[in-house]
Design a protein around this ligand. Structure first.
Ligand SMILES: [Zn+2]
Length: 288
């Protein structure tokens, strides 16, 4: 009897493990690009602190660990709500006091609160011989979350969980709208324009940052007076972009192809570049 009862349970567990987990953030390549752009823009002091805080196996390559926060969501279940913000349906704006909370209503438990928290932790770097926090983890969380908050659907509507419950076809493939913005648009751009290589893609974004976007870059880097991190600005931009671009014209079971791809790719590229520039600016403010 016992074995018969255990078997269906085991099957259920296996089935549950096989289902796609809801995604939380740019895919691996998106996070890699944000971190690679950022590491190339660090001040001497920030570059030295990052080198010091990264585990030695990372070989001083921040981008190799920029998806670490996604990998530990099951080991650290408390960290799951820190990857996104749910805003009221249809409102297209964001307020920290109203929206930055988890499903139980605990204030500050959202991606903006997490960015503030890990920034505060990193500001203790070098101040004490017995550190109070795990600053390696703080660096990896901050680097990941500054990427996430720039993905427009990471600041999305509550009832569709940032597009996670909107089924769509990306060309012929079945997926959800959230995943289109995490990964499909980036993947299609790599296939179409970058010989399937992320290095070429990063190169192009980096050239645009010093080229066609260079006049806007100082305004991307700005943060309020005496502020070290500015996640509320980035969250407001994301929900605006979610309404103007991600959700726009998309219904349950829409098929998204060339027309959607060509008009949304510039938005994705801008958000990846802004994420990288702002991660660097934040680390430069933290480490001096
Ligand atoms: Zn994430």
């Amino acid at each position: 009897m016992e074995a018969a009862a255990t078997l269906p349970l085991l099957l259920l567990l296996l089935l549950a493990a096989a289902l796609p987990a809801p995604s939380h953030g740019w895919g691996v390549d998106g996070h890699l690009m944000v971190c690679q752009i950022a590491q190339g823009r660090l001040s001497g002091a920030a570059a030295a602190a990052v080198r010091d805080l990264l585990p030695s196996y990372a070989g001083n390559n921040l981008s190799s660990l920029c998806s670490w926060a996604d990998d530990v969501k099951f080991r650290y279940p408390w960290s799951s709500p820190l990857h996104y913000i749910d805003t009221p349906d249809g409102l297209c704006n964001y307020s920290y006091d109203r929206d930055c909370k988890d499903e139980d209503g605990v204030k500050g438990r959202c991606v903006a609160g997490a960015i503030n928290n890990y920034t505060t932790q990193l500001l203790t770097y070098g101040r004490s011989s017995a550190p109070q926090y795990n600053l390696t983890q703080a660096l990896l969380f901050l680097s990941h979350f500054i990427g996430d908050i720039h993905q427009p659907l990471h600041v999305g509507f509550t009832s569709d969980r940032g597009g996670n419950t909107i089924d769509v076809h990306w060309y012929t493939r079945k997926t959800v709208l959230h995943h289109v913005w995490d990964a499909n648009i980036i993947q299609t751009a790599e296939d179409d324009f970058y010989g399937d290589g992320v290095a070429d893609y990063v190169d192009t974004l980096t050239k645009n940052i010093t080229g066609e976007w260079s006049e806007q870059v100082p305004s991307w880097e700005e943060c309020g007076k005496n502020q070290t991190a500015c996640p509320d600005i980035y969250a407001s931009e994301s929900i605006t972009a979610a309404c103007d671009w991600a959700y726009k014209g998309v219904d349950q079971d829409s098929t998204l192809e060339d027309a959607y791809f060509s008009t949304r790719l510039p938005v994705v590229n801008l958000r990846l570049a802004q994420g990288g520039v702002r991660l660097a600016a934040t680390l430069n403010r933290i480490f001096g």
